[in-house]
Design a protein around this ligand. Structure first.
Ligand SMILES: C[S@@+](CC[C@H](N)C(=O)[O-])C[C@H]1O[C@@H](n2cnc3c(N)ncnc32)[C@H](O)[C@@H]1O
Length: 398
């Protein structure tokens, strides 16, 4: 049974709270679902029973995205599309000089809530009645009702005045991810056409794989990762853009690296292999990272760096290289046998292999020394590196 705006209103009632509290504390497992629904239906209409169970289950799912998930209201798709609070709080900080911000396509309110919690008045615009009922319910749950004004409208036809704006266009149709910015909902061009409308600037959240060529020359582009997982690219315009540069931001630390066009030296692998954070790679800052940490590239086309020293940094993971050779499967298996290797992972860059299928072809000792095998290119040749997992790290900042 799908959730409706009417059910979201009912879920906030005192009657619903009596049932919702214990269900949130202990949501039914899939096995317990039928029994729980049957029990609830003895006292409640079927749609209320289903709304309670769905909310409890979605609150549990949402814990990774929202610290306050247990107080919030969700529906399946809006939750999938919502900005996680760690990212939304980071982007909301840009609006320090904006009194009134329009959230264009607010969904269930991931960004609206972060903006409101940072002290802004937010006009939360969406075309979906369900999403507007969710943003209203969530603002109420977080005591932010006075700062969040939901508005049902098409963001392509703005009839409002706000100082600055934030847009997070939909990146999915059904189960498919969208890669073309013109297929986003709404399309990127329809948002960019509005960028001069907002005196305080515009921020647009986009797919992390955004091609550099489509970035307008007046934008700052920020690629954001959370604990090494690349989440999004944000284009900043007007007063919200600090400059017209491209940069990587790592969350939760907030450390940044600017792409300045530095080129790394290219040399054979040393004692350590470094894999830059995906935000660094997407921002085009691999050479800048190499320069900052004193690393070199092992191939001019591949984003693996190396050094003879261990240089811990949040901007790259690293492994100790035990040995490296031109790529040769038979030789790799001979070496793994000698090393009594327990292959924990196969990583690849610039190689057509399928890591999982490749791993099954490797010698593996269940209790042997833990190893990571890297299949890549070095000095323009197919190469393989046998690395120890002992010193895996992305530790103290630099
Ligand atoms: C990715 S979701 C936004 C998620 C939101 N930032 C959050 O954290 O919950 C995109 C939203 O844009 C809305 N949307 C898409 N096209 C729209 C349009 N033309 N006018 C208004 N809303 C639109 C969708 O209904 C959806 O809720």
């Amino acid at each position: 049974m799908t959730l409706t705006p009417e059910l979201i209103v009912w879920l906030q009632s005192d009657e619903a709270a009596i049932w919702l509290e214990p269900l949130t504390a202990r949501p039914p497992s899939d096995l317990e679902l039928l029994q729980t629904l049957t029990h609830l239906r003895k006292a409640l209409p079927a749609d209320h029973a289903s709304a309670l169970v769905q909310t409890a289950q979605l609150r549990r799912q949402a814990k990774g995205k929202f610290i306050d998930a247990e107080r919030m209201f969700f529906a399946k798709e809006p939750l999938q599309q919502a900005s996680a609070s760690v990212v939304a709080c980071h982007t909301a900080r840009r609006y320090a000089h904006s009194r009134h911000v329009a959230d264009l396509g607010c969904g269930l309110g991931g960004d609206s809530l972060a903006l409101a919690a940072a002290g802004h008045r937010v006009l939360s615009v969406d075309q979906s009645a369900l999403n507007l009922s969710l943003v209203a319910a969530n603002a109420r749950a977080m005591n932010l009702t006075s700062c969040v004004q939901p508005l049902r409208a098409d963001v392509r036809l703005p009839a409002w005045r706000c100082h600055a704006a934030w847009a997070d266009p939909g990146r999915r149709t059904g189960h498919r991810r969208i890669f073309d910015p013109e297929q986003l909902q709404p399309a990127l061009s329809s948002l960019l056409a509005q960028r001069r409308r907002y005196e305080g600037g515009l921020g647009v959240k986009l797919m992390p794989g955004l091609a550099h060529e489509v970035i307008p020359p007046d934008a700052e582009a920020e690629w954001i990762s959370v604990q090494g997982d690349l989440k999004q690219c944000v284009l900043w315009f007007g007063d919200l853009a600090r400059d017209r540069k491209r940069r990587a931001t790592l969350l939760p630390s907030g450390e940044e690296l600017e792409a300045g066009g530095a080129l790394a030296d290219v040399r054979p692998p040393g004692h350590y292999l470094y894999e830059p954070d995906p935000a660094v790679i997407r921002a085009g800052a691999v050479g800048d990272l190499a320069l900052a940490l004193g690393l070199w590239q092992i191939d001019p086309t591949i984003a693996y760096l190396s050094a003879d020293d261990r240089v811990p940094s949040r901007f790259a993971r690293h492994w100790r290289i035990l040995e490296h050779h031109p790529f040769d499967l038979k030789h790799l298996n001979r070496r793994l046998r000698v090393l009594q290797g327990q292959v924990l992972a196969v990583k690849k860059r610039g190689s057509p292999i399928d890591p999982e299928a490749f791993r099954r072809r490797l010698y593996h000792h269940d209790k042997g020394q833990p190893l990571v095998i890297v299949i890549t290119r070095a000095l323009a040749k197919p190469w393989m590196l046998i690395c120890s997992t002992g010193l895996i790290g992305r530790t103290v900042g630099r």
